[in-house]
Design a protein around this ligand. Structure first.
Ligand code: AMP
Length: 219
């Protein structure tokens, strides 16, 4: 199974990708996370990526695809979930050639949509566990015990550097201007499913499974 998740920042596609990855035994590939991992290595490439991400600008395709191909090459599994890739029409072609080399086809493309006012709260309230990267939100999804990660019991949390108001505005602007032709392309191909991302995560997950025509007890 090859799934593609498109959506503005803060729409919850990362959470849905995690749920689908464990349910269908797929590898969750988030280009945003791959880039953040590179930033943490503090290499010159990492610094270059850092500067672009802080501004809310897209990282050049050559960098993103190189890192993405490295990740895919080093992994096995039933299939992949591409989260945050492709983001431009050029990346659509890049993904097609990556999949072609592997003899694989896209199963479905889920495009999440959400009101900008909710996106703002979701992004500006977002914080992440430093060790396992579990995602929380001070308004909608705090840790069960204050200052303790629900998943790994870590005590250190951080905000993503690009989760500032200024950067968010730019990320939204870039997202809406670049994603339209991507969605048009996948609609024409018959792959695209729109998903209202304003519901609770378990409701959205159920909708996704329905759209994938998963029957009760099938997995
Ligand atoms: P995300 O975690 O998907 O919100 O991505 C965080 C940041 O990483 C984005 O604002 C971009 O700067 C960069 N990024 C993530 N995915 C891509 C991509 N497919 N192409 C270019 N830049 C990307």
């Amino acid at each position: 199974m090859i799934l593609v998740f498109l959506g503005p920042p803060g729409c919850g596609k990362g959470t849905q990708a995690d749920l689908c990855a464990s349910f269908f035994s797929l590898l969750h590939i988030s280009t945003g996370q791959i880039l953040r991992d590179e930033i943490e290595k503090k290499t010159s490439l990492g610094n270059e990526i850092d500067n672009l991400c802080r501004l809310g600008s897209l990282v050049p395709d050559s960098i993103v695809t190189n890192l993405l191909e490295e990740k895919i090459a080093s992994s096995q599994g039933n299939g992949f979930i591409f989260d945050g890739f492709p983001r431009t029409l050029n990346q659509v072609s890049l993904l097609s050639s990556i999949l072609e080399k592997k003899g694989r086809l896209i199963t479905k493309v889920f495009s999440f949509f959400l009101d900008d006012s909710i996106i703002l709260k979701r992004i500006l309230g977002r914080f992440v566990c430093k060790s396992c990267k579990a995602i929380y939100n001070e308004y909608f999804k705090p840790t069960k015990v204050r200052q303790l990660c629900d998943v790994c019991l870590g005590k250190d949390f951080e905000k993503r550097l690009d989760d500032s108001e200024e950067s968010l505005k730019n990320r939204l602007k870039t997202y809406y201007s670049e994603i339209k032709p991507v969605k048009d392309y996948y609609t024409k191909k018959g792959f695209l499913e729109e998903v209202n991302a304003s519901f609770e995560p378990d409701v959205i997950f159920k909708i996704i499974k329905e759209k994938l025509a998963v029957k009760e007890g099938e997995y």
